[in-house]
Design a protein around this ligand. Structure first.
Ligand SMILES: Cc1cc2nc3c(=O)[nH]c(=O)nc-3n(C[C@H](O)[C@H](O)[C@H](O)COP(=O)(O)OP(=O)(O)OC[C@H]3O[C@@H](n4cnc5c(N)ncnc54)[C@H](O)[C@@H]3O)c2cc1C
Length: 474
């Protein structure tokens, strides 16, 4: 065995790959040599990031974009030399529609996430009742909570903006990002930004207006501008994974081999048992697998830590991408629609993918993607491909009068894929960090801990790489 410090990473989703990438960079900068092994259960890299090209359509199986205001994914793309392939959304088609009372209503202009920042569009909107519009405005006068108690997203939104804003906007738009239930989601852990706005400005509206005034300095969006709320990669997000993977030597990445158990050796090393029957020992171990998998891996080493990890809930989702001839579609507006749970429908959202993004379908064709399952309908992801496609088409038929048969459909299922930051998450994370102190060289990273989105996963990966370097164990 070489004298280099041996580092193992379990899981090659964006979290594990980003952590491994930054670790290599930082170790090289510190003049330290490491022997890296990334073990991935599947035969491909990227975890829930999966892009497929079919007949000129770019199909995203999992995520299709990332938030631009969190800079870390874009910065990583820059470091990987692919900044020119990071693209904004097609602002000419901008707009979100919300199903309410069986009809589609445009989300009023100026509503940012769930907070109104423009009065006139809100007053003119058909989405909300008059009492609801007035109730949202009360946010300007309601004093912030002072007792510091952890609130759910539902409690917070109802208190600040009212019940209708929760049901028609926050639940489908904001909780929809996590496919979660607002009554259980921790506001602080899931959307710290809203808590910060209340803490710093005493009102969400005032806080958003202040933030918007700051943003005015950025150039106005034009075609292919990256000054849009969401960004993607020209060839699909799989392009980010492909570029990341090029930074590793062939022997550093082991696919199709999962870690099945972790034990401590007497010599301060971690002994990994692999599904191939082999074993591997490392002085530094980063578990970037879903938290319930990491729980299983650590059950012998630290049952208390394993119990905390196992307690982080996940929900299951699926996507159905449908390709059409443009001429066969009704006139679709905006980027797509979201469906509040109160509407009782079987899709959570639909994106008009080829209207929202550039380069997603050949000329004259369109791609639509439906988002299915989540906390409210976990049973739906059990359907076979044909039944799920039929269901998605029935829902689109009902909601936007789409009658055409697709040229093809592609279904992706993601069981237990979206971690839920429920009330108590922050204190659970404190206990997890406390337990980790007993295991020098052991680290956790991934969407389950400090933010689910791709930028947060990249950021966490980098922070863990920094911690490893700073701890002096490398
Ligand atoms: C349908 C869907 C849509 C989404 N949309 C967006 C979006 O538009 N924007 C956004 O920012 N985020 C989105 N997300 C969230 C985002 O995709 C994820 O949070 C992020 O990709 C998680 O990355 P990760 O590396 O932490 O986990 P994962 O991608 O789950 O990766 C974990 C990896 O660990 C591997 N693994 C598991 N067990 C083992 C083992 N025992 N040994 C070795 N390897 C193992 C898995 O195979 C996997 O490759 C979406 C998620 C889903 C499911």
């Amino acid at each position: 065995m070489s004298g280099k410090r041996r580092v193992a990473v379990a899981g090659a989703g964006v979290s594990g790959l980003a952590c491994a990438y930054f670790l290599k960079q930082k170790a090289a900068a510190a003049g330290t040599e490491i022997e890296l092994r990334v073990f991935e259960k599947e035969n491909r890299l990227g975890g829930t990031i999966l892009t497929e090209e079919r007949e000129g359509f770019v199909i995203e199986g999992g995520p299709d974009c990332f938030l631009s205001e969190k800079p870390w994914a874009r910065e990583l793309a820059q470091k990987l030399g692919m900044a020119d392939r990071v693209e904004g959304t097609n602002e000419a088609n901008k707009g979100t529609f919300i199903l309410s009372g069986g009809r589609l209503h445009q989300l009023p202009e100026g509503i940012y996430l769930m907070v109104p920042t423009m009065i006139r569009p809100l007053l003119r909107s058909s989405l909300l009742s008059w009492p609801a519009k007035l109730r949202m405005g009360l946010d300007l006068f309601i004093p912030p909570r002072a007792d510091g108690r952890e609130e759910t997203l539902a409690e917070f939104v109802t208190r600040r903006l009212g019940r209708e804003a929760l049901e028609k906007i926050a639940e489908p738009l904001v909780a929809g990002v996590h496919a979660g239930i607002p009554e259980t989601m921790s506001l602080r852990a899931s959307f710290p930004r809203f808590q910060k706005l209340e803490d710093e400005h005493g009102s969400l509206i005032r806080g958003m207006l202040a933030a918007r005034a700051g943003r005015r300095k950025t150039p106005a969006p034009g075609a292919n501008s990256t000054h849009t709320m969401f960004l993607t990669v020209r060839e699909g997000l799989g392009g980010l994974i492909a570029e990341l993977s090029k930074t590793f030597a062939a022997e550093e990445i082991v696919t199709g081999d999962s870690v099945t158990a972790v034990r401590a050796s007497g010599a301060g090393e971690y002994l990994l048992t692999l599904s191939s029957g082999k074993s591997h020992s490392a002085q530094t171990l980063v578990l970037a697998s879903p938290s319930y998998v990491s729980a299983r891996l650590l059950s012998e080493l630290d049952p208390d830590l394993a119990r905390e990890l196992e307690a982080i809930p996940y929900v299951s989702t699926a996507t159905v991408s449908l390709a059409f001839r443009e001429q066969d579609l009704p006139r679709l507006q905006g980027f797509g629609l979201v469906v509040p749970r109160t509407e009782g429908r079987r899709i959570m959202a639909a994106t008009w993918t080829s209207r929202k993004f550039y380069n997603r379908s050949p000329q004259g064709f369109s791609l639509i993607r439906c988002f299915i399952g989540g906390a409210n309908h976990p049973e739906l992801i059990e359907m076979d491909d044909e039944a799920m496609t039929r269901m998605a088409l029935e829902e689109l038929h009902h909601i936007v009068l789409l009658h055409a048969d697709p040229l093809f459909a592609r279904v992706f299922r993601w069981p237990r894929s979206m971690p839920q930051t429920v009330v108590g998450h922050e204190s659970r994370m404190t206990r997890i960090q406390e337990r980790l102190k007993s295991h020098p060289g052991l680290f956790l990273t991934g969407g389950a801990y400090y933010g689910l989105g791709i930028p947060d996963c990249v950021h966490q990966g980098e922070l863990v790489a920094e911690q490893i370097i700073e701890s002096g164990i490398i």
